[in-house]
Write a protein that binds this ligand. Structure first.
Ligand SMILES: [Zn+2]
Length: 455
């Protein structure tokens, strides 16, 4: 086998050195190294060799193949160089030879005339205008007083010079007459059509109208509007605040610094560590105090949506509060009591009584839970009031001096009161709604009931 390989090597080396061009060289490459080449065939035959012989023969074949590949590549480069040299010889430029003559055209006599005319008229201030060569009938004839069927376009060319203007005049007259008649008849048709339409579309005002289905006001909006009307009549402003609130306004400026235990009462939806969906409308109180630059008296209410992480029959993750804030000199608890009495009597009936119980809120001092007498049993005890005769409805108190100070007021000079209540609970009591979640389900059948219920 070794001998066979040696033979192949010798013959192929001779063939490579005798190759006369690129093509012959390529043929040699295919003959020995190609897929069906002789050296490749030797490699295929190795499967019949013993284990010991295989690496030896394999090594020899690889060496021969590398050698042949090198020789072929070298020869290939030689051919490429020769080819380049030949081309450079062939394409050499002799700069001493005369150049080809450049044949130049000449201006057409028509263009000469056109240019002369243009130059003349431009020198007299005329414009030179171009138009399309493919023209419409309208611009080519009609707009030049040559309507369709005009004799100039047809038979007139056969008439004598004298007859032409006479016949032309008659034709024009007849044409004008016909056009007038056609236009008149057209107008008559249009009038008839209009008359027909008016007849057809007449409205019979004695027929019953289609029923217009009207929506109804949401019970929460009814309650909010009633409260707003009441407080506006007492000289309060109605203020709106953002629902996405900062920790600063929702808590810190209301005497609830970070880590304050009273924050635990309000499970909150935090968006970032500094922003949350407001848990109470009290945030608006702080905003109004800060915004009031002359630090004078304030009288305002702020109804709006608030959010806490809770959801059952008496709690919703979204609910509504209204808060009131009064800041002025010489404000006492009597003012708070009087205000809440007017408020509750308007909402729940003239017989409503109030009960103040001491409580704790961080932003008021003293603080109170305010109960109203049960409007269902009148105070004798029932299911609604859990047999106590009272319903807990409001939180209230005198504005804490810290809150005044933090928001720019001098607590030595100014005082105030604040109160707040859940609008959802108020609406539930007022309209006898048993589950708070009904308020947020947008069920038209539910909402329709309140149309006739205003008291
Ligand atoms: Zn009761």
């Amino acid at each position: 086998m070794e001998e066979q390989i040696k033979n192949i090597e010798e013959i192929s080396i001779k063939e490579i050195s005798n190759a006369r061009n690129e093509k012959e060289l390529n043929d040699i490459k295919v003959k020995y190294l190609g897929k069906k080449g002789e050296l490749t065939a030797v490699l295929r035959g190795m499967k019949d060799l013993s284990k010991e012989q295989r690496p030896i023969i394999g090594g020899i074949v690889n060496k021969v193949r590398d050698n042949l590949e090198n020789l072929i590549s070298k020869k290939g480069k030689e051919f490429a160089e020769l080819e380049l040299k030949r081309k450079l010889e062939e394409e050499k430029i002799d700069v001493t030879l005369p150049s080809n003559k450049f044949i130049r055209g000449s201006k057409h006599p028509l263009n000469r005339v056109i240019e002369e005319i243009e130059d003349l008229f431009v020198s007299m201030g005329y414009d030179v205008i171009d138009g399309p060569e493919l023209e419409t009938d309208e611009f080519c004839f009609e707009r030049l007083n040559l309507p369709k069927g005009h004799p100039v376009l047809r038979g007139m060319k056969d008439l004598s010079k004298e007859q032409r203007p006479i016949i032309g005049g008659i034709v024009n007259k007849v044409r004008d007459n016909l056009e007038n008649l056609i236009s008149k008849k057209g107008k008559e048709f249009a009038e008839l059509e209009l008359k027909r339409k008016l007849e057809e579309e007449k409205i019979d005002v004695t027929l019953p109208s289609n029923k217009f289905i009207r929506g109804s006001k949401h019970p929460l909006n009814r309650v909010i509007e009633e409260i707003e009307d009441l407080f506006v009549s007492m000289g309060y402003d109605v203020i709106d605040g953002p629902e996405l609130e900062t920790d600063e306004f929702c808590f810190e400026r209301l005497n609830l610094p970070k880590g304050h235990p009273a924050r635990d009462m309000q499970d909150s939806f935090y968006i970032t560590s500094e922003e949350l969906l407001r848990t109470q409308t009290s945030a608006v109180q702080a905003r109004v105090m800060v915004a009031n630059q002359d630090k004078g008296p304030i009288r305002m209410i702020c109804p709006g949506k608030t959010y806490r992480k809770e959801d059952d029959a008496t709690h919703s993750h979204q609910f509504n509060q209204v808060e009131g804030l009064v800041i002025d000199k010489d404000i006492t608890l009597a003012h708070l009591k009087g205000t809440l009495e007017v408020f509750m009597k308007k909402m729940l009936g003239e017989k409503t009584k109030l009960r103040f119980r001491p409580s704790y809120f961080p932003f008021t001092e003293p603080s109170y839970e305010v109960d109203v007498s049960c409007f269902k049993c009148g105070g004798s005890g029932c299911n609604l009031c859990k047999q106590t005769g009272w319903i807990e409805l409001l939180g209230a108190g005198m504005v804490h001096p810290n809150v005044l100070k933090m928001n720019g007021y001098n607590p030595e000079e100014y005082g105030g009161f604040a109160f707040g209540t859940g609008l959802d609970r108020l609406a539930m009591f007022k309209y006898g709604i048993t589950d708070m979640r009904y308020l947020y389900r947008n069920d038209v059948r539910f909402l329709k009931q309140f149309d006739q219920m205003d008291i």
